[in-house]
Design a protein around this ligand. Structure first.
Ligand SMILES: NC(=O)c1ccc[n+]([C@@H]2O[C@H](COP(=O)([O-])OP(=O)(O)OC[C@H]3O[C@@H](n4cnc5c(N)ncnc54)[C@H](O)[C@@H]3O)[C@@H](O)[C@H]2O)c1
Length: 349
């Protein structure tokens, strides 16, 4: 049986607690530390031992795994302290505010010899797993462009996420997930990054950004996250030399359109449209295309903790490794630099 203590018993920590309760009989959440006494009361009501100071929490050794789920600017400090105190550590995403912070965390993990991983739970999202399955099995041929989007409508960024000092903004919030998915899926270096960030309704941090990056293998990746997109575009859109895929939403409605043959066996005709005549943009004959359903995939966020426990017990290799999240932070740093300079950044990530 493994036991978990949580630093920062807020919204996401509550989710971890409930999910572990429902999915695991070899992992139990037993303790929490938070700076907010109201959150400690909630922790106690939920059956946890609540600690009023980080020192008491870390000295207790009532548990063997620590989850750090504070606002982003506190991740580095707490992760290092927990590792030094002898615990295995899981940190919420984004693991850190910079590659420099991550260097310190990784050095501490290596020196102390404890497990250190990051809750990149969206590697197990159903929409992502479908996109990855289509990519891995060549369902759209060789992809040349993959677009990943999350569009909200509220125009609001909540709480500490509004502030720069806390690591707020959408690049750190949703961007970190969408970039992580694309780096996890495509095994090729990122050779250039262009990004443009906007503060549409949130003065201090980005509440909309567009990021385009290029892989060494030629694929173009496009990531767009917005909080004020009143018309929403599909979650995934990808084109390859043998087909195209769309996943419209988190419920995974969508389709794959596949070409029956790659050689054009019909005479191109000019069609008259309201925008004038065109041959290039004329529709293909319907019988050259085939519509396929999206592949079925089974997935669950609890795969993350299963892998953490199995790694601690020596039964598995860690999935969310520090080198993999380092690449995400490197792309994020290139995004900020591209936005600041207004230029594309050459990278070797
Ligand atoms: N993986 C995911 O899908 C996902 C989803 C939501 C949030 N998160 C991440 O989880 C973390 C927490 O986000 P949240 O939405 O739960 O925020 P939250 O504001 O709901 O909770 C943060 C908690 O940390 C406490 N806290 C603040 N400063 C602290 C400090 N110095 N020491 C100890 N406790 C402190 C707060 O009192 C609060 O209870 C963030 O890193 C966020 O990016 C991840």
């Amino acid at each position: 049986m493994h036991k978990l203590g949580i630093i920062g018993y807020g919204g996401m920590a509550g989710w971890h607690h409930n999910s572990i309760k429902s999915n695991f009989d070899d992992l139990q959440v037993v303790a929490a530390y938070d700076i907010d006494p109201a959150r400690l009361e909630v922790a106690e009501k939920n059956g946890l031992k609540a600690y009023k100071t980080a020192e008491e929490f870390l000295d207790s050794h009532d548990f063997d795994v620590v989850l750090v789920a504070t606002p982003n600017n506190f991740h580095c400090e707490y992760v290092c302290r927990a590792l030094e105190a002898g615990y295995n550590v899981v940190c919420e995403k984004p693991v850190a505010m910079s590659v420099k912070e991550l260097d310190r965390m990784e050095e501490t993990a290596k020196r102390t010899g404890h497990l250190f991983s990051v809750h990149q739970n969206r590697r197990w999202d159903q929409d992502y797993r479908i996109m990855k399955e289509a990519y891995d099995t060549g369902m759209i041929g060789k992809p040349f462009t993959i677009e990943s989007r999350v569009h909200g409508q509220g125009g609001m960024v909540h709480g500490w996420r509004e502030f720069k000092v806390a690591g707020g903004g959408m690049v750190y919030d949703w961007g970190v997930h969408l970039i992580d998915q694309l780096l996890d899926m495509i095994d090729s270096k990122v050779v250039s990054v262009y990004a443009n960030l906007h503060s549409v309704r949130t003065p201090e941090v980005d509440d909309y950004f567009k990021l385009v990056f290029r892989y060494e293998n030629g694929i173009t990746a496009h990531v767009e996250v917005g909080t004020f997109n009143l018309v929403q575009l599909p979650r995934w859109y990808a084109c390859g030399d043998g087909g195209a895929l769309v996943i419209n939403d988190w419920d995974c409605h969508g389709k794959i359109i596949h070409t029956r043959d790659t050689v054009m066996k019909w005479e191109p005709v000019v069609v008259q449209t309201k925008a004038g005549p065109t041959r290039t943009m004329a529709p293909r004959p319907a019988d050259t295309l085939e519509e396929l359903p999206l592949p079925h995939v089974e997935t669950s966020w609890s795969c993350f903790y299963r892998n953490i426990l199995d790694t601690i017990d020596g039964k598995a290799e860690l999935i969310v490794t520090i080198p993999s999240v380092r690449r995400v932070l490197q792309v994020i740093e290139a995004c900020f630099e591209s936005d600041r300079t207004g230029e594309g950044i050459k990278t070797d990530i």
